[in-house]
Design a protein around this ligand. Structure first.
Ligand code: ADP
Ligand code: MG
Length: 282
């Protein structure tokens, strides 16, 4: 049986972090997995691994918890090995799905066109020539849920552009990762005020779960099966891909994620998720 590792509560190593309580409880009610807790905070502050228990024989484990920068995940992986725990996802595969430019070449035909700058030194002339409208992300995330504009137009003058880029960097703060991704802004289809986006968990080469992820009603069309299946054999054993419907009814990949640090969708059936994970990993 595999083990799931969750972050613990800040003050109590024997209690799960509030954010993962539902997932943890779903596991306690079944015997799909063993569970181990670790202090995310102590690890990030000092690099030390504190666990609620150390397995007495080597185990294979899956992390479910907060994102880590790729270098930190590498360290996490190595230090857990010293405690008899081998994570299912290698540091290499973690980076590949966590930092979009690494997976981009493998999904390029089904995602927005993109320019990548390994630092924040963005060539504004190149960007405005390539895209009429675009959005900014770093290698991992956007700054949605802030007052940052949803898209930027090629008409923007260079002074205004520089202010926007500075603001983006400021909003990402210490979470800023890698460099800058400039992505063509796509015309997403709306149903009322909601877009039609899905998060798909891929587990061990299977399209494991497909869940609505943009607060839309349960009547909207699903992404085509052949598109979902096209990406079920990428290199990592556990990853997510988010898909969105466009106004012309075609579908594009919006982003990818490492399965361990991708949130479940709002209405996703947690018990079913872990049952599926258990079946596909045993
Ligand atoms: N290329 C794009 N064109 C138009 N809208 C997009 C594009 N990429 C993302 N979005 C919208 O912005 C939201 C956030 O973008 P996403 O890439 O998922 O970043 P985050 O990592 O911050 O979740 C998406 O859920 C989608 O609604
Ligand atoms: Mg997203």
């Amino acid at each position: 049986m595999k083990t799931i590792i969750f972050p613990s509560d800040y003050f109590n190593i024997n209690e799960v972090d509030e954010m993962y309580k539902k997932e943890y409880n779903a596991l306690l009610q079944n015997d799909y997995f063993d569970v181990i807790l670790f202090s995310y905070d102590i690890f990030l502050e000092s690099g030390k691994i504190v666990l609620n228990r150390i397995p007495n024989r080597p185990v294979s484990a899956i992390y479910r918890g907060w994102m880590m920068k790729s270098e930190i995940y590498t360290d996490f992986y190595t230090r857990l090995q010293q405690k008899n725990i081998t994570l299912w996802t290698s540091p290499e595969n973690y980076r590949k799905f966590h930092e979009f430019p690494y997976i981009y070449p493998e999904i390029v035909s089904d995602t927005a066109r993109m320019l990548v700058y390994p630092s924040d030194n963005v060539d504004w002339q190149e960007v405005r020539q390539k895209f009429r409208r675009f959005m900014i992300k770093d290698y991992v995330k956007s700054v949605k849920e802030t007052d940052f504009p949803k898209y930027i137009s090629s008409d923007t003058d260079i002074t205004e552009w520089k202010i926007l880029l500075e603001k983006f960097l400021q909003y990402r703060g210490t979470l800023y990762t890698g460099g800058i991704c400039i992505k063509e802004y796509l015309d997403l289809k709306h149903y009322g005020t909601k877009t039609n986006e899905y998060r798909v968990f891929y587990i061990n080469g299977e399209t494991a779960t497909v869940s609505r992820n943009s607060g839309q009603g349960n009547y909207t069309p699903l992404p085509p099966k052949d598109l979902l299946m096209k990406y079920q054999h990428l290199s990592s054993p556990f990853y997510t891909i988010d898909y969105a419907q466009l106004t012309d009814n075609s579908w594009k990949i919006i982003e990818t994620g490492d399965g361990q640090v991708s949130g479940l969708s709002d209405n996703q059936d947690i018990e079913n998720f872990y049952r599926t994970l258990q079946i596909l990993t045993s």
